[in-house]
Design a protein around this ligand. Structure first.
Ligand SMILES: Cc1cc2nc3c(=O)[nH]c(=O)nc-3n(C[C@H](O)[C@H](O)[C@H](O)COP(=O)(O)OP(=O)(O)OC[C@H]3O[C@@H](n4cnc5c(N)ncnc54)[C@H](O)[C@@H]3O)c2cc1C
Length: 276
């Protein structure tokens, strides 16, 4: 519920329920393992200090393990970190924090960008995230990292295009956290993820959505596929696809790019950047 009362209620609900297991559940997109406070924080309906205090006091009051609360506090810390960076780099959404990336050979790939925005890349965890974003204005953090990595590394599309799309579609779109995280994933940001960290959508899906519940929810075309194949429908035997009503290329796309080829291409581009 929007507004201060809704924000306060959400914080109370989160602290009373999901905080106790936040450390492990925060990476599972199929469950409500995170606070969903980002829109409230963004619109100033609640302060980070109030969130911090509520988490700390729940450790004392309800005996929630300190490590769980600390993980949540660390996330609030990332928000502050990005805010601090943005306050000193007013062009964070348009200029590489690391200017080495000014030479990165981004590709002009209109069809790839369109498939990404529509959730039609053929990689289920990517498509589920992009459809969740389009339908709700929010996307789980784990999946934000996966889709951002896919755009910048598999498709080698400039992070600024992804940042802009998120800016237009996220309900929590934030002038500091959005570009800060995009640059972090792309490798051009402050304290960025190492350039060679290229998420495999298959491995990420299998690890964080093992039963395929998240994918089934956002891609109903795949919901009858057994969990074993839900993150790699293109590898499923024809009879399994047929039983599940999946017709690749008709009601769900083939992968728009080969994972191994894309990975090698991105690594070569990043290596070239380092060598120059
Ligand atoms: C490519 C990309 C773009 C993003 N764009 C935004 C954005 O525009 N606005 C935004 O608020 N967050 C952004 N994030 C960070 C993060 O995904 C969201 O803050 C989080 O998913 C919000 O859900 P929550 O409130 O349930 O988070 P929780 O896990 O409950 O975390 C609590 C709070 O900590 C803050 N937080 C958590 N993770 C981060 C992070 N990585 N960076 C900064 N703050 C964080 C948020 O304010 C969040 O509400 C982005 C992440 C990525 C990878």
């Amino acid at each position: 519920m929007p507004g201060e009362a809704g924000a306060s209620q959400r914080l109370t609900d989160f602290v009373d329920t999901a905080l106790a297991t936040y450390g492990q559940d925060r990476d599972v997109p199929a469950i409500e393992g995170t606070s969903r406070l980002s829109p409230h924080l963004h619109f100033g309906e609640i302060s980070p200090k109030a969130c911090w205090r509520a988490a700390v006091s729940s450790v004392h009051r309800s005996g929630i393990a300190e490590a769980q609360a600390e993980k949540f506090l660390a996330e609030l810390g990332w928000r502050e970190f990005n805010t601090q960076i943005a306050s000193r780099h007013e062009n964070l959404a348009t200029v590489n924090f690391s200017r080495t990336f000014d030479r990165f050979p981004w590709l002009d790939n209109t069809a790839g960008f369109q498939a990404w925005t529509r959730g039609e890349t053929g990689y289920p965890i990517v498509d589920a995230g992009m459809r969740q974003l389009w339908q709700t204005g929010w996307m789980h953090n784990r999946v934000r990292m996966v889709v951002a990595s896919f755009l910048t590394k598999h498709l080698m599309i400039d992070w600024r295009k992804g940042e802009q799309w998120f800016w237009d579609t996220l309900v929590d779109a934030d002038p500091a956290s959005n570009p800060g995280n995009w640059q972090w994933v792309a490798g051009s940001g402050a304290d960025a993820a190492p350039y060679f960290r290229i998420f495999s959508p298959m491995a990420q899906g299998t690890k964080f959505d093992p039963a395929g519940r998240y994918v089934s929810r956002w891609i109903p075309e795949l919901r009858h596929l057994p969990a074993k194949w839900i993150h790699t429908p293109w590898l499923a035997p024809p009879d399994i696809l047929s039983d599940a009503g999946v017709r690749l290329g008709l009601n769900y796309p083939h992968p728009i790019i080969d994972h191994d080829m894309a990975r090698k291409r991105a690594l070569a581009a990043y290596a070239g950047l380092k060598a120059e």
